[in-house]
Ligand binder design. Sequence first.
Ligand SMILES: [Zn+2]
Length: 73
Amino acid sequence: MTFVCDQCRRAVNGEQHRTATRTLCRECFDGFRGQAAGLMAGGGVPNAISTAGWLQRVREAFRRDTDAGGAGR
Ligand SMILES: [Zn+2]
């Protein structure tokens, strides 16, 4: 099955990998997954939906950290 990768814009004949918002070829998906896995420091491979939820949690955690950090003010 042929599709167009949303990241590199190539027409790819083979596996397609869906993220929360895009369809990627295997190469681009590996890069995408590598970034997430690096941040997760060794969990499993998250699927698109849990990745989105997880990212939101990280953002909230960072924000809370910054707010509670008490940098004066
Ligand atoms: Zn691609």
